[in-house]
Design a protein around this ligand. Structure first.
Ligand code: SF4
Length: 182
């Protein structure tokens, strides 16, 4: 399967999941504070490389793939796509339309722990989870949705790595393939 087709399939999967996550969010009442970017500032967001393919392909289409690869060399571990706001902890996603799966599911999906399902939330949302409106067992289970995503390309889904490393991996793969296609 070529990269464009794979990226289109990934984005279609994201669209398919959107209604489920939106419904779960509406049921739970969980909502991020306006402008909050704290989850994006986590120093080790981990994703399957597959999740970053749509973003990487978009960067390549815009002709900035090489530039971003250079920037990633000194980017540290905070997500390269994060655009800091004026206040500490605030900011936005510079690649919102092409953000990975975890950024769509975090806060509205459940993870299965030894005590059963628990909402995947940050410290800011934790206070909302403690309110009785949330039943984690009613939230979509993150691993189930990851399993569905993984069927699109098992090799690019079999590990979870730092978000910037995943973007780097996808950019390098795209540039290598495009180089030999030209
Ligand atoms: S891709 Fe966007 S939403 Fe996800 S961590 Fe990076 S800045 Fe935040």
């Amino acid at each position: 399967m070529d990269l464009e087709t794979l990226a289109a399939d990934i984005e279609a999967y994201y669209r398919d999941t959107a209604a489920t996550f939106a419904a779960a969010q509406a049921r739970s009442g969980l909502a991020c504070p306006p402008g909050c970017g704290r989850c994006c500032l986590h120093p080790d967001i981990r994703v399957a490389p597959l999740e970053m393919l749509p973003m990487a392909l978009e960067l390549w289409r815009r002709g900035v793939a090489e530039r971003v690869l250079t920037e990633l060399e000194s980017a540290g571990d905070i997500c390269h796509a994060f655009q800091a706001g004026e206040r500490e902890g605030q900011g936005s996603c510079g690649q919102y339309a092409h953000r990975p799966f975890i950024c769509r599911a975090f806060g509205v999906a459940a993870v299965i722990g030894k005590n059963g399902p628990a909402a995947s939330v940050c410290a800011t949302l934790k206070g909302q989870v403690d309110a009785p409106i949330v039943e984690a067992s009613e939230l979509p289970v993150l691993s189930d949705w990851y399993a569905g995503l993984g069927t699109l390309h098992p090799e690019l889904s079999d590990s979870q790595i730092n978000i910037n490393n995943a973007l780097r991996l996808c950019l390098n793969r795209i540039l290598t393939i495009k180089h030999f296609q030209d």
